[in-house]
Design a protein around this ligand. Structure first.
Ligand code: ADP
Ligand code: MG
Length: 699
């Protein structure tokens, strides 16, 4: 029982109170049989006048009942002998279901029924139908919920005037209306969640989220971080040496970061900017600011390829300044890794670049002043929590015990406004809303897979003209995100193949594609890169591609983030209909970085479902990452977007941040008032809603 309840997210009594019905059935009324129409479930009551077990076309129990208005057949395809006995002629039954025309006349197939005594009273409330799980019948769940409703404290956690101000019922009344609605209640408003009682629950939930975010924010402002206030020769040196001038947006973002780094409490800033907007140089400036204040910086990326690329870029920029850089990754040889760890621990390393291996057991920084996390949304929620708990808060940092390093997170997947108002509300955000000058727009084409020959011709032409191309196949990502998206988009949830199986299948696809293309383009050098390739091999292939030694690179989504090869001007994405929108946009951002006109071809497999068509249209029509992210959110919902689904972490259960944006805004306004004027209410509200979950609500 406990395990089944846990499956539904029910861990304590109060969770039962918050387990709200999906819909309701009206058993408070009886409908005369003659008035029951097809299309709407009704409750009828009659006397059994005949009951038989038939064997053709299959074994079934057919039971004929009668009330003052007419006749009705109840048909059961699965039944016990005891049921057949109870439904003997003369018995009085109450049946709930939909009436349909049948072979003999009007019938109900598998109605819910009860044998009753004449005149037995009808229920006074609508019957709630709860979300449940196999082996936990509605009746059992209803009993447990009724118990919890009787036992739990249902008093207000909000100051008395607030519900009324929003035209909402008191908490107890809202709960009562949802679990035991009176017959007069608007069942449709209840089911569609527009009823004032639902509004109240959504506001409650959103308010809990906002309170938790604010508290985290406050707590952070109370923590101590080393102030990196001194500006020195390294940042100035990098700015001097850069072959370009920072855009206005970069200058502004850097100024915001600079100001934060100078404070004595930890920065948690998200640097947002579309693909190619130039976040890396801002990260490098930030790292150098730590170094010129005598502390270390760490730069972490979600994939080996991206981390490696950062390492190269940072080497190019930092080495001439004489800053000691260290590479660390999970695929490194033990000895190299030990040497890297030793340098990081001794402080010989000033800037460490790598994958999440940087924050794993056994790595301890001598004096970490700043942690930079690239493509932070690619890290799963749990990974991010681990990083926060283990990596950053407990290990060595600048000023000794109790001191935390600053954090700079970067993302090319812009967070839509509603998400930044909710899940990301405890972060400060800097925005690079301008691309460096001279960027060429990428032309996007949608081509059905059957026209593949034309596409091959284009590849040949581009490579002949001295340019390079990517050919992207869907395959699992290092952290499994792509496979999730892939499986989620392509199949019904129940039939998702095992992760391992999907991985093997997709690996085969990319190997086959590579073999085929290599045969088709005998005159070109065709390379292959995917997530299962050992780290050094991956790096070697990418280096060859960057150096122009490979002309066509067959790749999985490992190239999705950050890879920068300006001479590549053509990208083909196979089975584009299977990708997430943000992913397609990121992939497309790999071209359009040089001087040649760039083209991104989205190959799709016919027939396209409605949703797939809508999504491809978005990417085809828009080149604005923000716009795409917003549409993505609308099409997929925030759970997918945040990548939380894998970890099973609960998100908002009742409110929908897009649809309920008005309530979200209200909760944002209320939270600070509550914390300031009614801290005791705020505390009780959080305890009621967030028991044990506050951490997950604000990663
Ligand atoms: P992203 O924001 O996607 O991480 P990058 O930092 O990789 O973008 O920058 C993309 C490319 O633009 C790099 O080659 C980088 O050197 C270049 N770049 C960055 N800032 C500027 C600028 N202000 N002017 C010209 N080129 C720039
Ligand atoms: Mg980048």
């Amino acid at each position: 029982m406990k395990a089944k309840l846990a499956k539904l997210g029910i861990h304590r009594d109060f969770d039962l109170v918050l387990h709200l019905p999906l819909r309701y059935e009206d058993e408070t009324r009886l409908t005369p049989i003659a008035e029951a129409h097809e299309g709407a479930p009704v409750q009828v009551e009659g006397t059994v006048i005949d009951s038989q077990i038939a064997y053709r076309p299959r074994r079934q129990l057919i039971c004929k009942i009668e009330d003052a208005s007419g006749l009705l057949y109840l048909r059961f395809l699965n039944f016990y002998g005891s049921q057949a006995k109870a439904l003997a002629p003369g018995a009085r039954v109450r049946a709930f279901g939909e009436v349909r025309p049948g072979f003999f006349g009007a019938e109900m197939i598998h109605p819910r029924y009860r044998v009753v005594r004449a005149g037995m009273p009808l229920p006074e409330a609508l019957t709630p139908i709860y979300p449940t799980t196999a082996g936990l019948p509605q009746a059992a769940l209803r009993r447990l919920i009724a118990q919890a409703l009787a036992q739990c404290e249902l008093d207000e956690t909000l100051p008395a005037d607030i519900p009324g101000r929003f035209g909402m019922p008191a908490f107890r009344d809202a709960i009562d209306a949802l679990h035991r609605p009176r017959p007069g209640e608007d069942a449709r408003a209840l089911t569609e969640r527009s009823h004032p009682a639902w509004q109240r629950m959504k506001l409650e939930e959103l308010l809990a989220q906002q309170l938790s975010m604010r508290l985290h924010y406050r707590e952070r402002k109370r923590k101590i971080a080393p102030a990196l206030g001194r500006s020195g020769a390294f940042t100035a040196g990098l700015l001097e040496r850069l072959p370009f001038r920072l855009t206005r947006a970069q200058v502004r973002a850097w100024a915001e970061i600079e100001r934060d780094l100078g404070q004595t409490h930890p920065m948690h800033r998200l640097l947002q900017g579309d693909v190619g907007s130039g976040k890396t140089v801002v990260a490098a400036l930030s790292a150098l600011r730590a170094v010129e204040n005598g502390l270390q910086a760490a730069v972490m990326a979600p994939t080996e390829i991206l981390a490696e690329q950062h390492y190269r870029k940072f080497s190019e920029w930092l080495a001439p300044l004489g800053v000691q850089l260290t590479w660390l990754s999970g695929s490194q040889k033990k000895k190299e890794r030990a040497a890297a760890a030793a340098d990081i621990a001794s402080g010989a390393t000033r800037v460490a670049v790598g994958t999440h291996a940087l924050f794993q057991e056994g790595i301890s920084f001598q004096s970490l002043g700043l942690a930079i996390v690239d493509e932070q949304h690619r890290f799963g929620v749990e990974q991010r929590l681990a990083l926060r708990a283990k990596g950053l808060c407990t290990q060595g940092s600048g000023g000794g015990a109790g001191v935390e390093p600053h954090q700079l997170m970067m993302s090319a997947t812009p967070i839509p406004r509603t998400l930044s108002m909710s899940y990301y509300a405890d972060l400060d955000v800097s925005l690079i809303d301008e691309l460096p000058p001279g960027r060429l727009p990428v032309t996007t084409k949608l081509i059905a897979a059957e026209r593949r020959d034309e596409v091959l011709l284009r590849v040949r032409e581009a490579c002949r003209a001295g340019r390079q191309a990517y050919w992207v196949c869907p395959l699992i990502e290092d952290n499994g995100v792509a496979a999730e998206t892939l499986a989620g988009n392509a199949r019904a949830p129940g039939r998702r193949p095992g992760r391992r199986q999907a991985e093997a299948l997709q690996l085969q696809t990319v190997l086959d594609t590579h073999a085929r293309l290599a045969a088709e383009f005998a005159e070109l050098r065709v390379g292959l890169v995917h997530g299962r390739l050992p780290g050094p091999d991956k790096a070697a292939v990418m280096a060859d591609f960057a150096a122009g030694k490979i002309q066509l690179l067959v790749a999985t989504t490992v190239i999705e983030v950050g890879v920068d090869v300006p001479n590549a001007s053509l990208m083909i994405i196979e089975h584009a209909e299977r990708f997430g929108l943000a992913q397609l946009h990121q992939l497309r951002g790999r071209v359009g970085r040089g001087v040649a006109d760039s083209v991104c071809i989205l190959l799709y497999q016919k027939p396209l479902g409605e949703n797939a068509r809508a999504r491809l249209k978005v990417v085809y029509e828009s080149s604005d990452g923000f716009d795409i992210a917003r549409q993505d959110l609308l099409l997929r919902g925030p759970g997918e977007y945040l990548g939380v689904r894998q970890s099973g972490a609960p998100l908002l259960r009742f409110a929908d941040i897009e649809r309920d944006v008005g309530l979200l805004q209200a909760a944002r306004d209320l939270a600070p008032q509550l914390l300031q004027l009614h801290p005791e209410h705020a505390r009780r509200h959080l305890a009621r809603w967030m028991a044990g979950k506050s951490e997950l609500m604000n990663v």
